[in-house]
Write a protein that binds this ligand. Structure first.
Ligand code: ZN
Length: 244
């Protein structure tokens, strides 16, 4: 039997299993994503998504068994990430990573994103950074500098989701322009918010790119998030009208 000494890990999702048990879908620092069986945890109910744990498990194969779980104290306990944003990040990881495929860089990226969103929940550009980094790390990111057909340095760039960016001469029908400002931001460190006015363009471009590996199956969290933002905008406009 294989036993691990303990590892930093996040619970992406869990569902009931058998008599009082839970199956945890976990994203761990060294092992990547894996399923872990937690016996008798349902009654104790102290394992939650959106917080880091020190997890120990034993056993090989499809479903190792949880041996211990300690929450790692961090600021997220006091100030959790808004549930919808957490759901979105977790759903992307669940859909686009595979069990048994270690992804330490993506793990670090996820932790940075969640910490940043907990501190500043309206910094949606952090999600754009996470989406682009996820595409890069998993090998699906488009080259932002050169045309995918002729290799020339892009002046104007036209995005064809899943195929890359093309110059004006090689633009295919249906490709959408991606502005130079958006390309510069995406190709950089993405440590500061993008310039004003780019949010919608970046959101649409990255959503289209992600649709390829998601094979067109929509994300439940994206639908909920869009509905929430619509309601929130309506509420804010309503308040402005009343204040006039
Ligand atoms: Zn070209």
């Amino acid at each position: 039997m294989e036993r691990n000494r303990g590892e930093r890990a996040w619970i992406l999702h869990h569902h009931p299993f058998g008599d009082g048990g839970l199956i945890l879908e976990v994203f761990s620092e060294e092992h990547g994503r894996l399923g872990v069986l937690a016996r008798g945890q349902r009654r104790r109910g102290r394992l939650e998504a959106g917080r880091p744990y020190w997890l120990r498990w034993a056993g090989r194969g499809e479903l190792p068994v949880l041996q211990g779980a300690e929450e790692i104290p961090c600021s997220l306990t006091l100030q959790p990430v808004p549930a919808l944003l957490l759901f979105y990040v977790n759903e992307l990881l669940l859909r686009l990573t595979e069990r048994g495929d270690p992804q330490p860089m993506l793990f670090a990226e996820m932790e940075d994103t969640l910490q940043a969103l907990a501190a500043e929940p309206e910094a949606y550009w952090r999600l754009r950074r996470f989406e682009r980094r996820l595409l890069e790390i998993l090998g699906w990111a488009a080259d932002l500098q050169c045309c995918a057909a002729c290799g020339c340095a892009l002046d104007e760039g036209y995005a064809q989701p899943g195929s890359g960016l093309f110059c004006a001469a090689h633009r295919r029908s249906g490709a959408t322009p991606l502005s130079a400002a958006a390309r510069v931001w995406l190709a950089g460190a993405m440590q500061a918010p993008p310039p004003r006015g780019l949010a919608g363009e970046l959101r649409a471009y990255l959503a289209a790119e992600l649709d390829q590996p998601l094979a067109g199956r929509p994300l439940e969290s994206r639908r909920l998030l869009a509905a929430y933002l619509r309601r929130d905008r309506k509420r804010k406009t309503g308040e402005e009208m009343q204040a006039r």
